[in-house]
Ligand binder design. Sequence first.
Ligand code: NAP
Length: 303
Amino acid sequence: MTWHVLGAGSLGSLWATRLARAGLPVRLILRNPQRLAAYRQAGGLTLIEAGQARQYAVAAELPQASTPIHRLLLACKAYDAQDAVAGIAGRLAPGAELLLLQNGLGSQDEVAQALPGQRCLLVSSTEGAFRPAEFQVVFAGNGQNWLGDPSDPRPPTWLDELQRAGIPHQWTPDILTRLWRKLALNCAINPLTVLHDCRNGGLAEHPAEVATLCAELGELLQRCGQPAAADNLHEEVQRVIHATAANYSSMHQDVALGRRTEISYLLGYACAAAQRHQLHLPHLLQLQQRLLGHLQARGLPVN
Ligand code: NAP
């Protein structure tokens, strides 16, 4: 069974190269003929791991290709997910499976609603990767890929292929808890690093602000039926701030590089959920307003 990987960005390239390295059939789906031509010019995807670079000539095609898709790794940003699946929906075979790699929450529902009848597996990844150049990826941080399906606790039959490819993974029936927890950590840390223009460790100088946000996020998680995701949230946020003190958060990096953020699927999703539950979380709302103002002032999209 071929693995179709939509998006040759950081995580898409990291998955595609490891699957190809294990001899598994992989095909990249690239956005348009220009991107496909650039990819063919590059000669393949290069994985840089522990300072060693190796190129893999992974086959590539356009969304409009005619072959059916049985298994798709959707490796674009959350704000591109809905349009990206619309472009390949006609190619999905009956019973096709999709792995949704997007950070935050909201995009997974958008995709699932557009594809009734297809199985959407949600992935929460703590691996780290970045692109030093087009069609090159640096494996920057070991981590885990949690996979699950909120509507069906049975694992898929192909997890052994991830094993063969050396892609760390763990099947979990509680994938929503994982995604909510990651979203809450992101909301407590990333926006503040942008507003204070600091590394994660810089938040140690703003303990009261962090504590207030954690309390409100904990309330939100409880109200959204995610008590396990609220467990010791403040302690974990403090631990992450300490353990990743030297790092710039992904949102800080996006803003510094003038790139669109995934705010609508992180803090925006949290604030919308609070509103839906008529939960008054003044600090979280104020954080959203400050962040939106910050993005607007820099000419960056606010969605
Ligand atoms: P990325 O490097 O920006 O890659 C996204 C890729 O998707 C780009 O190459 C983009 O193509 C492609 N794309 C978008 N729409 C497409 C379409 N319609 N057809 C074909 N390709 C399309 O993003 P990323 O860092 O891999 O992140 C992907 C998701 O994983 C995000 O939600 C992110 O938050 C999450 N995540 C990332 C990491 C990490 O370390 N990078 C870790 C954990 C989670 P173009 O190049 O043509 O624009």
